[in-house]
Design a protein around this ligand. Sequence first.
Ligand code: NOJ
Length: 553
Amino acid sequence: MADLEQIASPGSEWWRTAVIYQIYPRSFSDTSGDGIGDLPGITSRLDDLKSLGIDAIWLSPFMTSPQKDAGYDVADYRDVDPLFGTLADFDEMLAQAHARGIRVIVDLVPNHSSDQHVWFQQALKAAPGSRERARYVFRDGRGEHGELPPNNWESVFGGGMWQRITEADGTPGQWYLHIFDVSQPDFDWTNEEVREEFRSILRFWLDRGVDGFRVDVAHGMIKADGLPDYLPAADADSMGGGEENVPYWGQDGVHDIYRDWHRVMAEYDGDRALCGEAWLPTLERTALWVRPDEMHQTFNFPYLMTPWDATALRDVIRDSLSAFGAVGAPSTWVLSNHDVIRHASRLALTADSPQGDGIGPKSAGKPDPVIGLSRARAATTVMLSLPGSAYLFQGEELGLPEAMEIPDEFRQDPTWFRTGGERYGRDGCRVPLPWTADGPAFGFNETGESWLPQPDEWARFARDAEEGDAGSTLNLYKHLIAERRSRGLGTGSLVWEDAGADAVAFRRGELHVVANLGSEPIELGEGVTFLVQSEPFDGSALPVNTAAWFTRA
Ligand code: NOJ
């Protein structure tokens, strides 16, 4: 791997190099005191985000929603749910972010709506074959009396992917498709009326001034003709990342939608951007979402899913730069989000609860928190040195681990309910942030309410505690982001270096980056001046589970 040079994508648009911070609004900061974060809470913390050094924020959904899937079930795409505030609160937040030079990306959920959306309510009342039904995927059932679902597909959240309705006259009726929860009916994207509606929704938010969209389930909107039967392998990733030829993931027709949206975005000034959430089996397939006339970015989930293994990490970085570079797009990098186990826990999962299996009711052996945090800090030290755009998930800058001991009565993820308690789902990465070591709900609000309980030990991860601690994860992130910016690391080439089989080593200009993923220290040699150490150490031997940035005399 030594001395192979890889060039990142050309171009100067902001999204090619940006560090983008994901806000999960219900868990970020709560000014109303109801235990759920809100938009004024985000506005009140913008200075903290500015001091972290990020370029942009991405907000998970805050639109009107019954919250059956934490807002990914939208009932009105053009309004703010009262839980989070009002459109005026949104406008104020946006203006305040822009005043600080922070761009704002909002989440768009086009694959499905809430069952409370006016269109779906109309569809339920309308007749089979009507214009109202044609906005969603309604089909007659199989079997003599239509009593069997139209095919055998299984929901990502567990159980079947079809729900039978009762027709307006009280008789058992058609079935509708829902890739996710029963409360999230899929739109029919072959219907021009759906397409026109979403062009208009894009314009609604673009006109308000948003800088882009994170597009939910950007690989799922088109289903294979005829809706053929399909069952994933038992060990397949439910979002499709591990499977080829799935009739509801990655169908070619989705690309027409994004070409269309690309044209809408181009009507606006300021390099507005689309970032796709598309889980696909290979990086080459993933890169199809960011061809020059489609989306601008797409999440690099193969990178996120890479275990703590030097060969695997070198390979995924090399392959990412090649695959995205081949279509002229920046690679993105991401280690945590609201759907996966936080990387301060995930990177230390043991053989008893291996990578990808998650932390579940039946998993034996919890990840070691000390090893997990060290690896997380090292992994982020590598990530923020890479050319392209990096996504951070709120709380990772504090080193937060997954919350693993949430009492069952608090759990809210539909996965938990639809699997009858077989899988915890994602609540463990969504617990409200600790802002202060003392005070109600660790400063999340002033009442002490919290929609998911915060672990007692989180006092030590509180932002105010970390601010004053030079060795804290928060200060590591600030240092990394500031150096990344001043050295222009978001762009330019990467030259691979050889520091042994257990190392990931490369050069960015004069800066050397090395991570130790093995079990023995790695000697870095003479004349080394460190700029960053993911954990403090003396001498020139890089300890295990550690990464460093340095120059060499
Ligand atoms: C992906 C989102 O990230 C996840 O949180 C959500 O449950 C599903 N899409 C369904 O919208």
